[in-house]
Design a binder for this molecule. Structure first.
Ligand code: FES
Length: 105
């Protein structure tokens, strides 16, 4: 088990990326819970952001794919707009412990 980040370092509703499992894992905090996804668009399997941590759309409402503009609900990963509508980001299992986010591997 490896610590990714302290919960207090995550801004609620704003996605951030962390190197883990040979790629990047995106975390989105919601109160005292956190959602985690692989940084991979279900449309073509590419990274979602062109720049580090530039995951959100202009209104900070959705995770946005930089390639074709697909929009994803930040807490569920569901695509609500774009070429992969109805598909989802791939969830990643993380553990919350002692105020931090941890991951296997
Ligand atoms: S690669 Fe993400 S929307 Fe096309």
């Amino acid at each position: 088990m490896r610590k990714l980040v302290d919960m207090d370092a995550l801004t609620p509703g704003i996605a951030r990326g962390f190197r883990a499992r040979g790629g990047t894992v995106i975390l989105v905090r919601d109160g005292e819970t956190v959602s985690a996804f692989r940084d991979s668009c279900p449309h073509l399997g590419v990274d979602l952001a062109w720049n580090p941590d530039a995951y959100m759309d202009l209104e900070n409402r959705y995770i946005q794919c930089a390639t074709h503009g697909a929009l994803f609900e930040p807490l569920t990963g569901e695509c609500v707009f774009g070429p992969c509508i109805g598909d989802r980001l791939t969830p990643v299992e993380v553990v919350l412990r002692d105020g931090s986010v941890w991951i296997d591997g």
